[in-house]
Design a binder for this molecule. Structure first.
Ligand code: NAP
Ligand code: FE
Length: 377
């Protein structure tokens, strides 16, 4: 049995927010813009949204207090603000952090969910309408039903997953990603690559999700030479590459909306929670090594990803990721054992066709983070 569901209207192209401003008017008369502190003000996205809302005679409030890797607490706080201000809908602008936060805020503004039931999956179908404008090309959150939040109680990142929180509308304009630093560009592109790759090797992959995964992997692969060149001090990233990455990231989001992610994301969450390693980087340090493990057990599976990248062996994927990400991360043995336990028990394990043992997860961390006894970053 398989299924494919994608309820988000996607509008893309340069200048699309202003050109299609009438689309906002279907959601109400008072909007709350949900963003991080700075980037939306610098890359022109907030200004475009404010102008579009003004054109449609919609009142706008700016809530720019979302931190990277948003916490459960900040979502409850923002939802209280949305309720107090009686906003009709949310416009999330930014990377995965403001977009994921907005999904939780939309839900919490319309129903009372105690913190201990937030990840239960048991919600009413009530939420604020949501318009999403991604300004990183990585998470694909604009087309997923996931909200990944920092959960201090569980000491990891936990995912809210429900069809109720699929956004209603997404605007994709590559211009907003032009101000991204090279490091964030690479880390987020690697997150998107990881989504499509993990989608292809998931127990929930199907022929439709594979279509999106293959196409997005091919697009990202075509952008890799430009990323490597920029990293080696060459030219900056041009407009066409920016647009390609944004499209590929959205498609990779469509993939994980069907398939979920695997142990790679399950392992990455501890690296972000405890070590503050960027989400995309955390996945990229592990992805190639997991594909190499799959190659030993089920080569036809890893081959789907390897071939989509135009390569022959999983080790070549590892090599490319190492060139993109560089070195510099390390964990102590104690940390590796602790994180492996968390990853082994994560829900993401259910999506793995090739399920690693806890010892193998230890091995993956050790390979990805060049761990040596007693060494801490
Ligand atoms: P992010 O945490 O949203 O943003 C990272 C940094 O980039 C922030 O400092 C942000 O600044 C800045 N930034 C954003 N857009 C920019 C631009 N156009 N120019 C310059 N700087 C910009 O990073 P992300 O990698 O996109 O998102 C990571 C989060 O998404 C994690 O919490 C992860 O768990 C989650 N995630 C969710 C899904 C999903 O399906 N929902 C999938 C994968 C990952 P400001 O704070 O000033 O905006
Ligand atoms: Fe991700």
């Amino acid at each position: 049995m398989s299924q494919f569901y994608m309820p988000v209207k996607i509008v893309s192209g340069r200048g699309c927010v202003l050109a299609q401003s009438t689309l906002f008017s279907g959601f109400g008369k008072k909007a709350m813009i949900v963003s991080g502190r700075n980037s939306a003000k610098r890359n022109g996205s907030e200004a475009d949204v404010l102008e579009a809302l003004k054109k449609e005679k919609i009142e706008a409030l700016v809530y720019d207090r979302i931190e990277s890797n948003p916490t459960i607490e900040s979502c409850y706080e923002a939802a209280e603000y949305a309720k107090a201000q009686k906003v009709d809908f949310l416009v999330a602008i930014g990377g995965g952090s403001p977009m994921d936060a907005a999904k939780a805020i939309a839900l919490l503004a319309r129903q009372d969910i105690p913190k201990d039931r937030l990840f239960s999956g048991n919600y009413e179908k009530k939420r604020l309408p949501m318009v999403f404008i991604p300004t990183t090309a990585g998470t694909g959150s604009e087309v997923t039903q996931y909200s990944i939040l920092t959960n201090h109680e569980a000491k990891t990142k936990s995912g809210l997953a429900t069809e109720v929180i699929f956004p209603d509308l997404a605007f994709l304009d590559g211009r907003y990603t032009e101000s991204l630093s090279l490091v964030t560009t690479i880390h987020t592109a690697v997150d998107a690559l990881s989504h499509s790759a993990e989608g292809m090797i998931s127990t929930r992959a199907n022929c439709l999700s594979d279509l999106f995964a293959k196409d997005s992997i091919e697009r990202i692969t075509r952008c890799i030479p430009a990323l490597l060149q920029a990293k080696d001090g060459g030219e900056g990233i041009d407009e066409q590459v920016r647009e390609e990455l944004l499209l590929a990231s959205m498609m990779a989001g469509v993939v994980i909306a069907q398939t979920g992610t695997t142990v790679v994301h399950g392992m990455g969450y501890s690296l972000t929670y405890f070590k503050e390693i960027d989400h995309g980087r955390a996945n990229g340090l592990l992805l190639g090594h997991y594909l190499e493990l799959i190659e030993e057990r089920k080569p036809e599976l890893s081959q789907k990803v390897v071939a989509a990248m135009g390569l022959k062996e999983a080790s070549e994927v590892t090599e490319i990721l190492q060139r993109l990400l560089g070195e510099g991360d390390c964990l102590s043995k104690e940390e590796v054992l602790q994180y492996a336990k968390v990853a082994f028990l994560s829900k993401n394990m259910n999506n793995c066709q090739v399920k690693p043992t806890e010892e193998e997860i230890v091995g993956l961390y050790e390979k990805g983070l060049q761990c040596r006894e007693g060494l801490v970053i």
